[in-house]
Design a binder for this molecule. Structure first.
Ligand code: ADP
Ligand code: ZN
Length: 757
């Protein structure tokens, strides 16, 4: 019986608070409706859009409303994406509504709009201000949206007034769907490549060939398998991706490639679109919501064979998906730190599993967890140990900053010598190398993971430090912009030298940022064209790409930047890399600090010597004896991995355990603290009462978070540690039930957390 099983539909509204709701499917729509289509449904007084996630033949519910309209001719989410959404909802402890909000472009979930019109005629009003509302509607002539009315009559119960006005027939309320473009433009295929080299076909090196063989074998036999492609920097991993995509295409399958940040990798997009002209869809993060909508449909219709994008592209609705690639799989930007806190790399692996297709994770410095997964046999390790043309890896030299500053102290005269050109953070060794490299017309890269001019302002009389009013962090001095700025909430204040505490003009700059180094290098290396790349320069749309292109063409001699310069570029003129304060990331209160530091430094070092000339790297540190630097010098990822693993084992950190972090935040510190303590207490009771939890889970905390206040909200944390992620997720779900969503104290659950701040 056609239509019997489609009498009722379970519908998810993309909103955090909503569980799936059941609606009746009108008889006329029963043939048309399917799982994954959007419907227009009544909810209270409004009409909203939801997505059908299940069709039912019966329901025990008695009072049931009908679906008003079906909005799509074809599902916007296929069954596999719905299964993925369910997995995410369960694993990351989020409602399906929240997950759909995360997955779908926001333009796919507009709300209906209510417009109120005054009717012609004379009416009698029971209340004075009903008349006021009515008169204002009549005066407007065109009707007013509900939102405008609320703004115009704040504080008044506009709902009630409208109800009364409606009952006397004085107004009419029309409900309308926001404008939607039915016909959508094609996905922007990337424009003419600046690197025609992308189309070149090389003979693969033997290591590339072996790696590709394994992937190709899986592609032709079908099924899911995760490969970890561990290839040193400049070893030709991208070429392996391109060949694998080719292979997938030959059997009529589409590919998805995730990269950490679109704007940082124009080269990769060039190479992709040179190899697959007109077939590459690029999901930029700067797309408008209408553009996103257009892209979504275009991809779902199968208009492109390859989709490339950052983290959220993992949800791109490609039909016949046959291959998923995650480039630089270790990169922290794959972790979403707001809303549903998923890890794009891990979701990619699960998507591959649900789709039944291979997944390639590529990196020169794999995440400890990923490498460990190879050792456990969950992922298959593919290695490329040599650079293309057997080019040597760069030579890495460590400079001890302690010795450097001791020398400066004992010879203050030499420090002041010359034109006062030097900078305490640029060692003599590095200055010499920079000048030589410039004279040889080669490019240099200077890495400092801190933007701004100075770290903060401090009063030299009373010691007062200028902090953010909303976050428990210092404000960074930005000289060019002329302000003090919070790097968390973007709060800004004008620069001053007057201390707000003691009123003397005694504030001075402490610490160094990229802006200051850029300025100093302009003096130190006379004549050099120095540029800077960090979050501040990438803000301007388009500027980023221009910058990268001028770097590629050699129009910049020295590029100073934060961690964003460590990613991806393949510029053959770069022969010198300097890392100024290599310890910055080492000193973070985070068990991944050493891993992160090794990855950053190894990646930035790998930017050099990619052309015919060998590369040279100078790493400055206050802790040269740390094992990170020993393995860095010898390019020994495996050695680093082993030491790091011992450290993790000793402290029982991942991959030896799994973590779930619970963070409670709210505007009142006392309330947050007491809620956190109460939650911990109840959890510990449950914990003690249930032997399964007692044996498997450790409850740590609560304690104030390292960043104790963020955007005006105080934060306390609890950490759950255990061997089995399933038990942890189950236990954390209890916390979710105990602390329902409220504005006063919000609970954020982070499964497999990345940032411990
Ligand atoms: P990775 O992604 O591992 O850092 P790339 O894929 O960017 O390395 O390769 C580095 C350079 O070597 C690129 O310019 C690429 O075009 C080139 N290349 C890749 N494979 C080969 C090959 N088999 N023969 C010659 N050049 C190659
Ligand atoms: Zn702030």
């Amino acid at each position: 019986m056609i239509g019997e099983a489609t009498k009722f539909a379970r519908v998810v509204i993309p909103s955090p608070l909503k569980q799936p709701l059941t609606y009746a499917v009108p008889r006329s729509a029963r043939q048309q409706i399917s799982v994954g289509t959007r419907v227009w449904i009544p909810l209270g007084k409004r009409k909203v859009i939801g997505v059908v996630i299940e069709l039912l033949g019966t329901t025990s519910l008695t009072e049931i409303k009908e679906i008003e309209a079906i909005l799509d001719e074809r599902p916007i989410l296929d069954s596999k994406l719905i299964r993925l959404a369910r997995w995410i909802s369960q694993y990351y402890i989020a409602t399906l509504g929240e997950v759909l909000t995360t997955i779908l472009p926001s333009s796919l979930r507009p709300q209906s709009k209510r417009t109120v019109f005054a009717r012609a005629g004379a009416f009698s009003f029971s209340q004075m201000w009903d008349e006021k509302v009515f008169e204002s509607l009549r005066a407007s002539g065109r009707g007013m949206s509900f939102e405008t009315l609320m703004r115009k009559f704040p504080g008044d119960d506009i709902n009630r007034a409208l109800r009364r006005l409606k009952s006397v027939g004085a107004i009419e309320i029309r409900e309308s769907m926001p404008e939607q473009r039915r016909r959508s433009p094609e996905v922007n295929s990337a424009t003419e490549p600046a690197h025609p080299g992308g189309a070149t076909r090389f003979a693969l090196t033997s290591e590339q060939a072996i790696a590709l063989d394994a992937i190709a074998h899986r592609l032709s036999h079908g099924g899911f398998e995760t490969f970890l492609l561990h290839g040193v920097t400049g070893s030709g991993k991208t070429e392996v991706y391109l060949r694998a995509i080719e292979q997938a295409r030959q059997s009529g399958r589409r590919s998805l490639i995730l990269i950490p940040e679109i704007s940082l990798t124009p080269q990769l997009i060039d190479r992709l679109s040179a190899r697959f002209p007109g077939q590459v869809g690029v999901l930029h993060s700067a797309l408008s919501s209408a553009e996103r909508w257009a892209h979504w449909w275009s991809i779902a219709r199968g208009n492109v064979d390859v989709v490339v994008g950052a983290r959220s592209a993992v949800f791109a609705p490609l039909p016949d998906l046959g291959l998923i690639i995650v480039d630089e799989e270790h990169d922290p930007s794959y972790k979403q730190e707001e809303g549903v806190r998923y890890n794009g790399r891990d979701v990619a692996v699960v998507r591959g599993k649900l789709t039944g297709c291979p997944v390639i994770l590529g990196s020169a410095t794999p995440a400890v967890e990923s490498y460990e997964n190879c050792l456990r046999g969950r992922y298959r390790l593919l290695e490329i140990t040599k650079r293309i043309y057997q080019r040597p890896l760069p030579q890495i030299e460590i400079v001890d900053l302690r010795a450097e500053s001791a020398q400066r102290k004992s010879h203050p005269a030499t420090a002041q010598a010359g034109k006062g050109d030097d900078h305490p953070l640029v060692s003599k060794r590095l200055v010499k190398a920079l000048i030589e490299n410039y004279q040889r017309a080669r490019q240099s890269l200077i890495f400092l993971n801190r933007r701004g001019f100075a770290n903060f302002l401090q009063c030299k009389l009373c010691g007062h430090v200028i902090r953010c009013s909303h976050c428990s962090v210092t404000l960074t001095l930005h000289l060019k912009r002329g302000n003090l700025c919070c790097h968390h909430c973007d709060y800004r204040r004008p620069i001053t030298d007057t201390c707000p505490e003691c009123s003397h003009a005694t504030l001075r700059e402490v610490g160094v940022g990229t802006e200051q180094i850029e300025q100093s290098l302009q003096r130190i290396v006379t004549g050099a064209r120095v540029a800077r790349m960090d979050r501040d320069t990438t803000r301007k749309r388009g500027f980023q790409e221009t910058l990268i292109r001028s770097w590629e063409t050699g129009a910049i001699d020295i590029l100073v930047g934060t961690q964003i310069i460590t990613k991806g570029h393949d510029v053959s003129g770069v022969t010198l890399v300097g890392a100024l304060l290599a310890d910055l990331s080492l000193n973070l209160p985070d068990f991944r600090a050493a891993e992160r530091t090794f990855q950053l430094l190894h990646q930035v070092a790998g930017r050099s010597g990619r052309g015919d000339d060998p590369g040279h790297v100078i790493v400055q540190t206050y802790a040269p004896e740390h094992y990170v630097f020993q393995y860095l010098v010898s390019h020994d990822y495996k050695g680093f991995f082993k030491s790091e693993l011992e450290f993790r084992r000793a402290l029982n950190y991942p991959p030896f355990s799994r973590l779930v972090s619970l963070c409670i935040d709210g505007p009142k510190v006392a309330e947050v603290e007491s809620k956190a303590k109460k939650l911990a207490e109840i959890l510990r009771q449950r914990h003690g009462a249930n032997s399964k939890y007692r044996e498997q889970i450790e409850v740590l905390g609560p304690a104030p978070a390292p960043i104790a206040k963020l955007r005006g909200r105080y934060r306390w944390q609890l950490l759950l540690k255990g061997k089995q992620i399933s038990a942890l997720v189950e236990f954390a779900s209890i916390a979710r039930e105990l602390l329902p969503r409220s504005r006063k104290a919000r609970l954020h659950i982070d499964v497999d957390p990345f940032s411990m701040l």
